[in-house]
Write a protein that binds this ligand. Structure first.
Ligand SMILES: [Zn+2]
Length: 184
């Protein structure tokens, strides 16, 4: 189903996940050590972010690798499952209204490593940021989106929306959203 994009959400996630992280997803069966009925050892290790989202039954319109490469995700402007509970102005449930992409945090990261890195200056490369700017400018032109509707996930899905301690923290302070909007 296509949406009429009214904004863009900037996310971040680990570039790779340990295969054992599949054990945290609900479709892992610990009696048989299988995920979705397939033995865990048959999955790649580590698991690349685009594959991880598939296993998590989530989706996004693209990923930006640490070297700046764009990896296409869900076709634009098809609806994708990236925002979850979220609010922007008088819009809620932003999967139905916003495009989204993931800034990939280099390497294999567990959640605490990820949280540390997205709060550390220099985590995202300038090539990665340039690709993000170019992609946002392209979508802004195509769908008549203004820069103030280019938001970080944490800005539309924070604790104020999801409840204390449950808010989204990506893309993190390492990706300065105000400066990014200023450069669009
Ligand atoms: Zn996110």
């Amino acid at each position: 189903m296509a949406i009429e994009p009214k904004g863009i959400i900037v996310h971040s996630m680990s570039e790779y996940f340990e295969r054992d992280a599949l054990k945290w997803l609900s479709r892992y069966n610990k009696e048989t050590n299988t995920f979705d009925g397939t033995p865990l050892h048959q999955y790649p290790n580590p698991i690349h972010a685009p594959d991880w989202l598939v296993y998590s039954r989530l989706s996004v319109h693209g990923f930006i690798s640490p070297n700046g490469d764009w990896i296409a995700g869900r076709a634009v402007p098809e609806k994708a499952a990236h925002a979850g509970k979220s609010i922007f102005g008088n819009l809620s449930g932003l999967n139905s209204h916003f495009l989204g992409f993931e800034m990939l945090v280099p390497g294999v990261n567990n959640y605490s490593q990820f949280i540390n890195k997205i709060a550390t200056a220099g985590t995202f490369s300038s090539a990665q940021r340039e690709t993000a700017l170019a992609k946002c400018r392209e979508w802004m032109a195509t769908y008549n989106i203004s820069s103030n509707a280019v938001v970080g996930h944490s800005e539309v899905s924070g604790d104020d929306v999801r409840g204390p301690g449950k808010g989204k923290r990506d893309p993190g302070s390492s990706f300065d959203m105000d400066a990014f909007r200023g450069d669009l």
